[in-house]
Ligand binder design. Sequence first.
Ligand SMILES: [Zn+2]
Length: 429
Amino acid sequence: MPDLLWNVRLVDGTGARPRDGCLVRVEDGRIAEVAAATGPAPPGALDVQGRTVLPGLIDAHCHLSSDTSRSPGFGPPAELHGEEPRARALGHYVLANAARVMLAAGITAVRDVGSYDDEAIVLRQAVELGLADGPRITSCGRIISATAPGGAIFGTMYREADGPWEMRKAVREQLRRGAGFVKVMATGARSVALEDPEPAQLTREELEAVVDEAHRLGVRVAAHAEGLEGARLAVEAGVDTVEHGLSLHRKPALLGRMAEQGIVLVPTLTTFHDLAERFADHFPVALVEQAKRQREEAYATLVAARSAGVVLAMGHDSGPPGDNLVELVRMVDGGLSSLEGIAAATSGAARALGREDLGRIAPGALGDLLVVDGDPAADARLLADPRRIDMVMLGGRVVDRDLRSLTGFDDGGPSPCATGLAARAVSAR
Ligand SMILES: [Zn+2]
């Protein structure tokens, strides 16, 4: 196991310019030293010959799920009528595979923002216990929502609650389940026909109760907010991250306040492309049309948030697992520089998770890093092709990666969506 990387081009994740000729030393799973590498590589060092080293990538908005219906190319073949019925427990193998594939793609930490039947918490346990290879996982448990039409669709992904004391109880329940933070629906969801995502879904009193209870107990709050009023209430209540937040470009002062308070924005551009384009035939026409408008707003907010100085975090909110970097491609296409995009996928996403020890290459940070072939500082979009990632290190250990299996159960190589976007990016240079 190499513990000294030599002749490194360092992209530290903070957005700082790359530094050539560095060494990175890892000790006991943490980064112990970052310095200039002078002279020949000492014995035992891994000479990466000027390749780029950057922090492991972090997806700050994912839904870990054994349901692969919107993860084309990933998971078992569709079940046919008359076939042997499939055991429910097979889902855990799907989840383990998802975790392995994400890690192989360079994702070393994920924040699960809602899963069915506590699947994300089970997967977190499996990874922590060494039963499955995967990124570091934190999950919100169930999403706290007002009694709402979405509750009838999302079932066990939701915990419906009304009134401040029920909100507090719902927060406590998630901690009992093993949640690492709390997620709350400040507005309705774009994917639910009976919900209007524009008005706030919770009252100020309810949102303040969620935030107060979570913070009092030492966990952070992520707020799903599409319309402006819900986003405003969430920011005023002091949530830690705003998910989607597409309407924020309409109110620059609110973005200024987020920047001041260190509230992170997770724009999730991909989810709007999914609903407006990729999976348009899975949704009612009215929702598809709404998503097209929202897609434009989400890009406007990305640019406005960047100029307001809001910390941005990459969150894919889509599938298949391993394609997470498609979101980074979109953030760069949408106007971020490559270094800003990398910061969103590393230190910015780590801020969303509330983890100072992730997302940067600096002494004391955990030894989660990538060695990359090519120049991601010049074009971060190449990171969406896992074949450009030469090495993944998690907690100081080199990850054993099988790139042939990056589409999960299918042996067709990395996903066509991710590699197509990465190839387009590289040929556009
Ligand atoms: Zn989501």
